[in-house]
Design a protein around this ligand. Structure first.
Ligand SMILES: Cc1cc2nc3c(=O)[nH]c(=O)nc-3n(C[C@H](O)[C@H](O)[C@H](O)COP(=O)(O)O)c2cc1C
Length: 364
């Protein structure tokens, strides 16, 4: 019993059934990294594309994100030979180089409200409090590396995420009326330049106040063939939901018509067919019965205003005594600009897994 329990402790570090990612590491340890198992042999690896996605996630990239300076250069340790995957586990490491652990000594014995300090302490009785330890979003850099490889495996499938809201500043333009590539031309990653400027100004203002603000990342996936997704429990949208909700600070997920669909009549909501099997509308968000139908998959992911404020807040210490706490050091006032490549990476991991699982769906 004892060893069984020991084996289970700190579980939940693996995602995927066939294309499987295990991540390891903490914010202020030696580094973070991962092992990808199940990537087929023969994939030509585009290292530049992997680094580009890491650069889109990394801290210090603009004035509206945390100023921690990490080069986030990934080192591959195995599974790739002469530029191609070998079918063996792909292990990789991203060293941590810019930790300032003294910035966290004040939370050693007390808890940031709405962070993971209290729950980790209560659950494990041991906590690497430096930079949030394993609960830090630094872990998501490993997801971005694996997601970039998954994107390459997916070939023609296009995954594009962008910021569609910062606080109450919302981009109310449907994705097909936007040039999504514009998202990468500004620091916020919003494809509408005017809205992006307003969002940027707002985030700077929030930072000056020592506060934080939430936002929404939207994502569009194109060119997914019909048939990906496994009923009953592993529906495509259910796995996307799990993948998105596993990202730090995510509070909501909706795909297709989402919550607005609940207010519609069936005669308005049904996606009528064209003769080629495509549909005139796409309220289904590209998924029916948990299986892709060939239409665009689109969804929204809501991020909360993150917990660490550069303001005094009331809290408790580990003995339950009231105290006050103020964040120190470098923090994100709004995480959605950096979350865009993380959302894409998790979408790619879900799709790569279903692509490989679908190979055994029927005799071809
Ligand atoms: C890209 C990114 C950056 C983040 N940066 C911070 C940060 O600087 N400060 C902070 O308190 N939380 C930050 N978070 C959120 C925490 O990691 C998260 O809130 C914490 O682990 C608690 O988990 P929960 O909010 O999902 O319950 C960040 C999240 C993401 C996705």
């Amino acid at each position: 019993m004892c060893s069984f329990v020991e084996n289970l402790s700190m579980a939940g570090n693996v995602y995927g059934s066939v294309f499987r990612l295990t991540t390891f590491g903490e914010s202020h340890g030696k580094g973070i990294g991962g092992i990808i198992d199940g990537c087929p042999a023969g994939l030509i690896v585009d290292f530049t594309a992997i680094q580009q996605d890491l650069d889109r996630r990394k801290p210090g990239q603009s004035a509206i994100v945390t100023q921690r300076k990490e080069s986030d250069e990934v080192q591959f340790l195995s599974g790739i030979f002469e530029g191609k995957t070998t079918g063996t586990p792909i292990a990789f490491l991203i060293p941590n180089t810019d930790q300032k652990s003294q910035d966290y000594s004040h939370i050693k014995d007390s808890y940031r409200p709405s962070h993971a300090d209290y729950t980790y302490d209560q659950k494990y009785g041991a906590r690497d409090y430096r930079g949030g330890g394993r609960s830090s979003a630094r872990e998501t850099a490993a997801r971005v590396v694996a997601g970039a490889i998954a994107k390459q495996l997916l070939g023609k499938v296009q995954i594009q995420a962008y910021v569609s809201a910062v606080g109450n500043l919302k981009l109310n333009i449907p994705y097909h009326q936007l040039d999504l590539k514009n998202a990468e031309t500004n620091a916020v990653r919003c494809p509408d330049t005017q809205t992006a400027l307003q969002m940027e100004t707002y985030i700077k203002d929030i930072r000056k106040q020592g506060d934080t603000v939430g936002g929404i990342v939207s994502c569009v996936i194109q060119n997914v063939p019909v048939g990906w997704g496994e009923p009953v429990f592993d529906k495509l949208h259910a796995e996307l939901g799990k993948a998105m909700l596993s990202i730090n600070a995510v509070k909501g997920f909706e795909y297709g018509s989402g919550f607005a669909g609940a207010g519609m009549k069936g005669s308005e909501h049904n996606d009528l067919f064209e003769t080629d099997g495509t549909t005139k509308t796409n309220h289904s968000g590209g998924v029916q019965g948990g299986i892709s139908n060939g239409m665009d998959i689109y969804f929204n992911v809501a991020f909360k205003p993150v917990a660490t404020l550069i303001q005094n807040q009331e809290t408790i210490d580990k003995h339950g005594q009231p105290t006050t706490i103020m964040g120190k050091g470098r923090h994100d006032p709004c995480v959605v600009p950096r979350a865009v490549p993380i959302v894409e990476a998790m979408a790619a991991l879900v799709l790569a897994d279903f692509y490989l699982r679908n190979q055994s769906a029927k005799i071809r």
